[in-house]
Design a protein around this ligand. Sequence first.
Ligand SMILES: *Cc1c(COP(=O)(O)O)cnc(C)c1O
Length: 381
Amino acid sequence: MQIPFNKPYMTGKEIQYIAKAHELGKLAGDGDFTAKCHDWLEQQTGCNKALLTHSCTAALEMAAILLDLQPGDEVIMPSYTFVSTANAFVLRGAVPVFVDIRPDTLNINEKLIEAAVTARTRAIVPVHYAGVACEMSEILRIAKKHNLSVVEDAAQGVMSTYNGVPLGTIGDIGAYSFHETKNVIAGEGGALLVNRPDLVVRAEIIREKGTDRARFFRGVVDKYTWQDIGSSFLPGEIIAAFLLAQLEDAQNITALRLARWDYYHTLLESAEAEGLLTRPTVPAHCGHNAHMYYVLLPSQLERQEVMDKLKEKLVSTVFHYIPLHSSPAGQHFGRAATTMAVTDDASARILRLPLWVGLTDEQQEHIVSVLLSSINELIHG
Ligand SMILES: *Cc1c(COP(=O)(O)O)cnc(C)c1O
């Protein structure tokens, strides 16, 4: 039997909530389901204000507008990330300044950030890779010292914490993703967490095509008008209905994923001790959400050969990211502030294993046994 890399998990309630939205006949954004998602996010994370968006990409674009970034302003971020982390800021004319990652968590190396700060630096964008928190205390210290904003790309970090504090609520602004490949899903979807109260009204305006429609609906103004730049960043109610079912089950989804993650970690313990691979590291103060299980292969192996062998045994695996500093757009729009030795090394050796709710012990044992025999064969011929 083929083991897919990902399989979206649905709780069963999604279709009931969609039927309800259908019955209510209010399908544009900011209806009852969106309000319920906002309440859930605010209560669960303790963020000051949550706003659903149609993607995490949209939330990051809103963050870049909110920070009033000007052409030539610099934004510090890892190169080892998804394109939207950088692209959202490039759309405002800002320059992504890439910093290398830590070899353990593959998160931005906080010790390298301060040396990358220049007179043009305006923000730091930590990406919580695999739902494991970046070193936020140090990042906040640097931001405060140099008067920089912090935008957390918490696309992968829904239900994760740093010293007990939910990711996305620590910086000035946070961005979540509910894309089908994440833990809590809506097909396409995201949320902007606005942690600074002074940014809320403008965030609402930016999200509603630059109008003060949100204030109009609250009865604060008697007509709504074009106030600022903006776009249409909100999802419709069908998406919000689907998402609410997922959010209500988020604790359970996370627990089920963590059980799968822990099982891989146990199954691979001795292989790591034998030097066949490196397992992921999760520091004790980071509560993670089991977004991803990956291994780093030994450097002498050809990753594609390992993946081909797994494919022959019907196991689908993937890798990512082509580092942004070496991508065509990254070279054009961005700048590397450090060597990228760890980024290049991790991106060449990482292999992501299937991880989804419903994966069985037997399937995981099969995946691990095929993985280890492939590595052994390739090492010993
Ligand atoms: C998935 C992801 C995004 C983009 O999320 P969308 O909701 O698909 O726009 C951005 N950053 C990171 C780190 C991601 O993993």
